[in-house]
Design a protein around this ligand. Structure first.
Ligand code: KG4
Ligand code: ZN
Length: 357
């Protein structure tokens, strides 16, 4: 039942670092044969954030059904698989352990090589992915500058070749996604805050709200804690003006929309300005955007416009490949596998694994 395959290693990849259970089959580090994600968003909505033990239990509940579904329609079988890849960190320890144990067991039972993958590298390699039926198209070209913005991470790197990273800058406090989530909660919006702020910002008829930008001099580092504090003060002042006292009383939607728009503008402004400056300094031939916040339409549009003005192609995965998924781990895992990398079945979860090399 083997389908005709264009080549490159076929990797079965498992992602369970945070609150999405993802399993994918990816060929040659690029072509997605299947990519199934079980999201825990609804589960964590009542607490407005991820409770690690709840997340780990949900991975345990969903990972085998997700695996079953990943085989359906992929047109391949275990005999075709060249390696099993899994996220080894960074992430929540209990969540990582579920995916690592399942991946190890599969590799052992089926006698396949096993490769541990850095989750952040997965977000970068999502830029190489192609959906089923999508033409191969151009690959990102080196040197490239990549911005990864997620719920747990915000950093800029330069890549001069595959699997080779030079960290240019990173957040000195909160990740951009964390700021979106916290400000979303302040505004009384649904969890997670990122998509909810994007939706509310789209409703803004007045676009006057101005929030501070932390430029941090010439550095490529980011800071969002001051912006978060400014947002909290502005929301509190607006609530006091409107005479709102109870937590369940919310500002009128028009006011929420304007504040959401102003906050989103401030985040996007800093992210885009620093990325473009880094791309110019590096003489980049591509700009890559990844991580959950890369699903943000305002960020995508503004970076696309500025990259075009610079004449540098921007590569941004579709939103579903920006948020956590197994395919991105398959993309990075295939590169590591092709480079000869193997992990032992004693691989451990590394919750604060940095992006190395
Ligand atoms: O990469 P990801 O799925 O998980 C981590 O590795 O952290 O990123 C999740 C983050 C959340 O903070 C979420 O609010 C944010 O990505 N996010 C967005 C959007 N979609 C997801 N932020 C802004 N706009 C969006 N459309
Ligand atoms: Zn992520």
């Amino acid at each position: 039942m083997t389908a005709s395959r264009a080549g490159g290693p076929l990797v079965l990849a498992v992602e369970s670092s945070c609150d999405e259970t993802g399993i994918a089959l990816v060929e040659g580090g690029r072509r997605i044969l299947s990519n199934v994600v079980a999201s825990q968003v609804a589960l964590h909505a009542p607490t407005g954030g991820i409770v690690p033990e709840v997340a780990a239990r949900a991975h345990l509940r969903w990972i085998l059904p997700v695996l079953d579904e990943a085989w359906q329609g992929a047109g391949v079988s275990w005999a075709d698989v060249d390696a099993v890849a899994v996220t080894r960190g960074p992430g929540l320890a209990g969540s990582l352990l579920v995916g690592i144990n399942v991946a190890k067991t599969l590799a052992w039972i089926h006698d396949k090589p096993f490769v541990g993958v850095n989750h952040l590298e997965g977000h970068l390699y999502a830029a190489w992915l192609r959906d089923p039926g999508q033409a191969d198209g151009e690959e990102p070209e080196f040197p490239l500058v990549a911005l990864v913005v997620s719920g747990g991470h915000t950093f800029l790197v330069e890549m001069t070749d595959h699997l080779t990273y030079r960290l240019l800058g990173q957040t000195v406090d909160d990740a951009a996604g964390e700021a979106f989530d916290k400000v979303g909660r302040l505004l009384g919006l649904d969890y997670p805050g990122g998509p909810a702020i994007q939706r509310a910002a789209g409703d803004a008829s007045r676009r006057d709200a101005v929030f501070p930008r932390a430029w941090l001099g010439d550095s490529y580092d980011f800071s969002f804690s001051g912006l978060k504090t400014a947002a909290r003060r502005t929301v509190e002042a607006a609530r006091a003006d409107a005479g709102l006292r109870e937590p369940e009383e919310h500002l009128p939607h028009a006011a929420v929309a304007e504040l959401a728009w102003g906050f989103q503008e401030a985040v996007v402004d800093v992210l885009v300005t620093k990325t473009i400056r880094a791309a110019v300094a590096a003489g980049a031939r591509s700009i890559v955007l990844g991580g959950g916040v890369a699903a943000n339409a305002a960020l995508r549009a503004r970076l696309a416009g500025e990259a075009e003005a610079l004449g540098v192609p921007l590569v941004v995965p579709r939103p579903g490949l920006c948020t956590d998924n197994g395919a991105m781990i398959g993309a990075a895992g295939a590169r590591r596998f092709a480079a000869g990398e193997r992990s032992g079945l004693d691989l451990e979860a590394t919750p604060s694994l940095p992006l190395a090399r």
